[in-house]
Design a protein around this ligand. Structure first.
Ligand SMILES: Cc1cc2nc3c(=O)[nH]c(=O)nc-3n(C[C@H](O)[C@H](O)[C@H](O)COP(=O)(O)O)c2cc1C
Length: 213
């Protein structure tokens, strides 16, 4: 039976129950590890799922960072060094990736704490995650504070992309399900992705057309 709740009712629910409920509403997302470094050269790694594509040309990506008291390290490293990496999570990486959400002290790198391997390119100061099969770096463009709840929208321009060649389709599409990259829901659930179908660019005067790859 369909339930109907108003915000006034939801507000009366227990805090963690309500958070689990609201966190599920925006649906499956691709959880990734964001890698950063501070000025002293200490690396940091944390799992983020509120990451969005902002545009293909110029190639831009953005993510929501919690209030500073809850998630201080990634955003402060990005403010100082102007660069970060986004590393997609494959199924075998899930438990370590989840562990990066723990509140480690500032001096402790989640690379060391969880056993992921930092990987550097000649042009990117921030660490990639060696174990990740699809990863990219971004240069900070803007941090937009969201006054209403003290979160931040961090916007970056994509600079380099590293991935396994076999994942790339002839039309440029990356077959992420072959890399077994996962989707997340809320703050504790992880899912496998399975392709249902690809469709050609939709036009008002044409029926939906499947793409056969
Ligand atoms: C599945 C999952 C998704 C998360 N997504 C985000 C997110 O999008 N934004 C955020 O600020 N924190 C998110 N977190 C929490 C951060 O991982 C956590 O606050 C982390 O300690 C931040 O580390 P930092 O202080 O090193 O930046 C998520 C946690 C989990 C388990």
């Amino acid at each position: 039976m369909e339930q109907h709740y108003t915000l006034e009712e939801i507000k009366t629910w227990e805090r963690f129950y309500r958070a689990n409920f609201i966190n599920s509403l925006s649906g499956f997302k691709s959880a990734s590890l964001i890698g950063t470094i501070n000025e002293a050269g200490n690396t940091n790694l944390a799992i983020f799922s509120n990451i969005v594509h902002l545009g293909a040309d110029p190639a831009m990506v953005g993510f929501i960072n919690r209030p500073l008291a809850a998630a201080p390290h990634t955003i402060s490293n990005i403010e100082k060094t102007g660069v970060f990496t986004i590393n997609l999570i494959s199924e075998e990486m899930i438990s370590k990736a989840h562990q990066t959400s723990a509140k480690y002290a500032e001096g402790i790198s989640e690379f060391d704490a969880t056993g992921f391997t930092p990987q550097f390119t000649e042009t990117c100061k921030a660490p990639f995650v060696k174990e990740s099969k699809v990863k990219y770096s971004a240069e900070l463009m803007e941090i937009i504070p969201i006054k209403y709840n003290n979160t931040f929208f961090v916007i970056g321009a994509i600079k380099e992309v590293l991935f396994e060649k076999s994942l790339l389709n002839p039309d440029g599409f990356l077959s992420l399900e072959e890399a077994e990259t996962i989707a997340s829901l809320g703050l504790d659930a992880y899912y496998r992705a399975q392709l249902v179908a690809r469709y050609a660019y939709a036009k008002p005067d044409l029926e939906p057309r499947l793409i056969n790859n």
